[in-house]
Design a protein around this ligand. Sequence first.
Ligand code: GSH
Length: 226
Amino acid sequence: MGLEPRTLELFYDVLSPYSWLAFEVLCRYKNIWNVNLQLQPTLIGGIMRDSGNQPPAMLPRKAVYMRSDVRLLSQHLQVPIHFPKDFFSVILKKGSLTAMRFLTVVKMEHPRMLEKVSRELWMRIWSRDEDITEPASILAAAEKAGMSMGQAQELLERVSTPQVKNKLKETTDTACKYGAFGLPITVTHLDDETHMLFGSDRMELLAYLLGEKWMGPVPPAVNARL
Ligand SMILES: N[C@@H](CCC(=O)N[C@@H](CS)C(=O)NCC(=O)O)C(=O)O
């Protein structure tokens, strides 16, 4: 009899390109490793406030580094990231509150759609430099992910309800309790220990904790399908 799958949580925000990298790599591994991957839509702004941290791009030298780092990683990990032209307005002014509330309600009502809708929102903001704040933008992402317009509209109407707002706050608080000061974080639940790792660049260590094999960002089984 095989071992019970380990629970592996990924806390992410679609505003964060490093979250996208971690998300794609873990989606590739979720059926290779013996894990139960739980996607946790989180608000990065809440984590920054709670921890007293600032987005890396606020420090000019880090902002320059982040551009080349993300560009190289997007090639190496095969995730089609392109920086938005007006980075500061898109990331620091417009933010992701409604989009993350939308993903929260998707998870509550149609959890099987969460992976696809998350990916389509990232495709908009971090690949095609498209808005993710307007209702029409969020609906377009949901439709592209395979939701019917009626279904998506119904969910969008619920983003300002206390249940949805509180759920996103609760998930963000949980990430903070695990010690998050940024995103992405993964949380690995072993029999007697829980480990929080920060960043998309901790996959080898994650595999070690899980007792699984790290085969690079594009494992052979996935590579054969690409
Ligand atoms: N080295 C990490 C960097 C992750 C990262 O910089 N995430 C940003 C959001 S996109 C963040 O929250 N940074 C907080 C910090 O660096 O203190 C990786 O490769 O994933």
